[in-house]
Structure formats: C-alpha cells, structure tokens
Write a protein that binds this ligand. Structure first.
Ligand SMILES: Cc1cc2nc3c(=O)[nH]c(=O)nc-3n(C[C@H](O)[C@H](O)[C@H](O)COP(=O)(O)O)c2cc1C
Length: 137
C-alpha cells in the first residue's frame, strides 16, 4: 500500500477508491461492509508504522469520493518495546482525532508495554484479555 498522492481522483474510475491500484482498494471494499474497525499495530517511533499510516492516509478517498462507510465504532490495539506508558501518547491522540473526524465511536485502546522479542506477548495475559474484549464487540 502506498501513501495518498492527493490527486483527488478517488472513486472516479470503476468506482475504485484509489486510481493508483494497490491493496487499499480491497481494504476500502472491506470497510464498505464493516461495522467496526480495529487498528492493530506495533508502535513505531511513537506513532503508526508507515504501512498502517499509508492506509489511514487513503481514508481521504472517502471524503473526496463522498462515500459513507457503515463503520460505527473503532478501537486501537498497540504494543511497544519501552516501559514508559507515555510512549503511546502520540498514537492514542492521533487515533482519537481520527475517530472524532470520521464520527466513529471510540471504544478505547489496549496498549502493551515492554514487549519486543518475537513471541514475547505470548508469555503475558494480554492476548486472552484482548480476545475477551473482542468477543464483547
Ligand atoms: C522501526 C521501529 C520503531 C520502533 N519504535 C518504537 C517506539 O517508538 N517505542 C517503543 O516502545 N517501541 C518501538 N519499537 C519496538 C516495537 O514496537 C516492538 O518490538 C513491538 O513489540 C513489535 O510488535 P510486532 O512484533 O507485532 O511487530 C519500534 C520497532 C521498530 C522496528
């Protein structure tokens, strides 16, 4: 997925969200039939990694194309290496503003500090907790 080029041709051809064909068009189709969106991501430099940010940038196509998606609620799941809980301040604020902008009810966030090595989260209670939260959606 590449970032948005701000060409403003969203939904202008074959009802594709983006004329630069990449996986966002499939994501946009999925979003068009979803009630909920969960952002599930590692923390990169106190923010979203490039790959997730590229998808978020292309949410712009819904505005330019005047397309409503049925999403009503959203949640943020993230994990990071460092211990300080404040490392998530930036991504949480960004997520809150995106939710507000899109009119999606913010169902909150679940953040996990101090996980870095592959599989580290498996040794914690967090996956079960997130599974239980997911079941309530
Ligand atoms: C490019 C890069 C940037 C990162 N930036 C942060 C950071 O700002 N704060 C932090 O706590 N961890 C940071 N990390 C560590 C990851 O968030 C951490 O290893 C996480 O557990 C990776 O999750 P994953 O295995 O699901 O990809 C960074 C890792 C990479 C590769």
């Amino acid at each position: 997925m590449q970032g948005c080029r701000a060409c403003d041709n969203c939904f202008s051809k074959e009802n594709k969200a983006c004329i630069f064909n990449d996986d966002f068009n499939e994501l946009a189709s999925l979003m068009a039939e979803s009630d909920v969106i969960i952002f599930c991501t590692p923390l990169y430099w106190y923010s979203f990694p490039t790959q997730i940010k590229a998808a978020i940038d292309k949410f712009y196509s819904f505005i330019i194309g005047k397309k409503d998606v049925p999403i009503k609620e959203c949640m943020l799941l993230s994990c990071g290496e460092l211990e300080d809980p404040h490392v998530f301040d930036g991504i949480v604020r960004s997520f809150e503003l995106i939710a507000q902008d899109r009119g999606w009810k913010n169902r909150g966030h679940y953040l996990v500090n101090s996980v870095n090595e592959k599989g580290a989260i498996s040794n914690t209670e967090h996956l079960q907790k997130i599974y239980d939260i997911g079941k309530k959606f």
